[in-house]
Design a binder for this molecule. Sequence first.
Ligand SMILES: Nc1ncnc2c1ncn2[C@@H]1O[C@H](COP(=O)(O)OP(=O)(O)OP(=O)(O)O)[C@@H](O)[C@H]1O
Length: 251
Amino acid sequence: MTEPALAVDGVTKSFGGLIASKDISLDLRPGEIHALIGPNGAGKSTLIAQIAGGLRPDTGRIWLEGRDVTGLPTAERARLGMGRTFQISSLAMEFTVLQNAVLGALGQRGRVFRFWRPVMRESDLLSRAEAALEQVGLAEFRAVRTGDLSHGQRRQLEVAVALTLEPHVFLMDEPMAGLGAEASRQLMGFLDRLRDRAPILLVEHDMDAVFALADRISVLVYGEIIATGTADEIRADPRVRSVYLGAESTP
Ligand SMILES: Nc1ncnc2c1ncn2[C@@H]1O[C@H](COP(=O)(O)OP(=O)(O)OP(=O)(O)O)[C@@H](O)[C@H]1O
């Protein structure tokens, strides 16, 4: 079998007496969207933080393309190809779309922030930023103030900023949150195409999006993965139905 792009191996994390991650193992394969679902407080954000490097697991390892990154800081994981979008937007609303993308490309190089004019003249930064905007379909909005974009377009710009890093995997924390029906539909189409560029570990509360998009779904309950499978397998899984979804409901 091909090597997973990302692997979580036996990760455990406690906060005092609370076990937020209990011996969690999962992987992300090339070309797939793997959704992580679970009730509030199940431990999704805690797991993502350990994968991204913000939190250190008590035990267990994180592997990125066969390399053990457990001891590496977030920036180093990002440099190695771990791309991320956040629950809360990290965009500068007063800047243009292109400036935000350039800022992303600049951050990737670990450069000290410099004045806009010379930065905007650097052709490789610019071309990287413009390529990322092209990929998310925002090229024609390059001169628009970011604050003037729709919510859906801002989500796309966040992905573009992550793309300037040329990620090998994506971690996405609730990208659908706050979007209306039309924007959600558009973003879903976008994520659907994006998986070929880099596989996505997707934390999402929007079950319609999850069941429509995910190649595999893992269900986290009280810090423990109780099932991993395709949408059909998860729908049919009796543990999922009784523990998480409620025996009566059908996801
Ligand atoms: N830094 C911390 N210190 C103590 N407890 C924490 C900390 N971070 C998370 N927890 C606890 O760990 C558990 C898992 O929280 P987490 O935020 O990972 O869940 P979640 O599945 O992401 O929830 P939500 O869907 O609401 O975002 C919760 O009981 C939470 O209160």
